[in-house]
Design a protein around this ligand. Structure first.
Ligand code: GRF
Length: 207
């Protein structure tokens, strides 16, 4: 059975596109059934339209009341019989009701080697600038499950890259994004092929 995947994205959606590509190439035993975005004008929404993938806009303009907004996420995810949620550059907080219902079924990709450079304020170039400032020799990307503690859920997969003295925030960002695409697809493949076991918050991947 194909896992039914819902992607949450607010921006470019390059991770979204790469995962769709891996699905189309039969590397992932899943199907993207829906995109949820807060930003109707973002690339990720355009990509959904072009590829005939349903999308749902959930934002403060459409849902003035926080409770209605949170209920809408829940309703839509249920309607689409969601097995897995993928956060791919989603700039809004995931409501607690969703985190509870979809425990160990929400993955996120983060542009650092968590737990380093995780938590509030660490996103995009802020992460890479901090890495440069601290003269770190390595950085990388992390796929993790989302729990109620920001950027702290069980780690599914990580990959390290070396930083050289000529690297800038932009060059690191490019290199990190490349490995993000690689490990996010692999982690989703493992989930959809039921290879992931979670034992006391530790992720084991059975090959
Ligand atoms: C990535 O850097 C990811 O680590 C972070 O948001 C960015 C999304 O990029 N969570 P894209 O929209 O997938 O290109």
């Amino acid at each position: 059975m194909l896992s039914r995947i819902v992607v949450f994205a607010s921006g470019t959606g390059s991770n979204y596109k790469k995962i769709k590509e891996s699905i189309d190439n039969k590397k992932i035993n899943g199907k993207i059934v829906l995109l949820i975005s807060n930003n109707p004008n973002c690339e990720a929404v355009k990509f959904s339209r072009l590829n005939n993938i349903d999308y749902e806009i959930i934002n403060d303009y459409r849902y003035k009341d926080e409770k209605n907004k949170n209920n809408q996420y829940q309703l839509v995810l249920k309607t689409y019989k969601t097995d897995l949620i993928l956060l791919a550059g989603f700039m809004k907080k995931i409501p607690d009701n969703i985190i509870k219902i979809y425990k160990n079924k929400i993955m996120n990709i983060h542009p650092s080697l968590l737990p380093e450079y995780g938590g509030k304020g660490y996103y995009g170039s802020n992460v890479h600038n901090a890495v440069i400032k601290n003269r770190n020799k390595f950085t990388g990307a992390t796929v993790h499950f989302v729990d109620e503690n920001y950027d702290k859920g069980p780690i599914v997969m990580q990959k390290k890259i070396k930083i050289n003295s000529l690297d800038t925030s932009e060059s690191i960002s490019k290199k990190v994004l490349k490995i993000e695409h690689e490990i996010y697809s692999k982690a989703v493949e493992a989930f959809c092929s039921k290879k992931i076991i979670i034992n006391e918050s530790k992720v084991i991947i059975n090959e």
